[in-house]
Write a protein that binds this ligand. Structure first.
Ligand code: GDP
Ligand code: MG
Length: 182
């Protein structure tokens, strides 16, 4: 049997946007409405099969409660294949901070030429939405044009970790993109 492709994925973005929830929904179908900030960083494995029948192991890293730009350690970024940048569609601050997260990420991953995905979470908060899908698309295009990211495939997905909406789709797409990149 062919061995699985191994892809390092890191979740980044402001505290409270739903990074930890997205990952725990994917792996355990677990959503907690209480907010828990844990300490440090950790990773969990997600095994999947692409539409091309390739086996992929996603190693998904989460910063836990240390989401200040300079608190994320080098080891977190090192060798990342994909950066998932999460904002909350009902928080424009979390969206405008993405540029800083991307700068920090690209500065620390020049060796691995990672792909970037932009994720607007809390889609169930549609009634109090502050950032449109179009704005997020526009932002991803600008990042590409500014050459912030080389060889990348910026993409935008909206999710709800609360309702399990498009959570699997997000990580499946990561696996597909990652498998092509390698
Ligand atoms: P993190 O700091 O980015 O890891 O965010 P968490 O996953 O800890 O979530 C922060 C808060 O937002 C928690 O109270 C979650 O229950 C809530 N939350 C996460 N995802 C969603 C979502 O899709 N919709 C709603 N309404 N709340 C969410
Ligand atoms: Mg968290």
């Amino acid at each position: 049997m062919a061995s699985a492709k191994f892809i390092k994925v890191v979740l980044l973005g402001d505290q409270g946007v739903g990074k930890t929830s997205l990952r725990s929904q994917l792996l355990y179908h677990y959503f907690s409405s209480s907010y828990k900030a844990t300490i440090g960083a950790d990773f969990l494995m997600y095994k999947m099969k692409t539409s091309e029948d390739e086996f992929v192991d996603l190693q998904i890293w989460d910063t836990a409660g240390q989401e200040r730009f300079n608190a994320v350690s080098r080891a977190f970024y090192r060798g990342a294949d994909i950066g998932i940048f999460v904002y909350d569609i009902s928080s424009s601050d979390s969206f405008y901070n993405l540029a800083k997260w991307i700068d920090k990420f690209t500065a620390n991953t020049s060796d691995s030429k990672p792909l970037i995905m932009i994720v607007g979470n809390k889609l169930d908060n549609e009634t109090i939405r502050q950032i449109s899908y179009r704005q997020a698309k526009e932002f991803s295009r600008t990042q590409l044009e500014e050459g912030m990211i080389e060889n990348s495939d910026l993409d935008v997905v909206e999710t709800s970790a609360k309702n399990y909406r498009d959570v699997e789709k997000l990580f499946m797409r990561c696996g597909e993109l990652g498998a092509i990149k390698m």
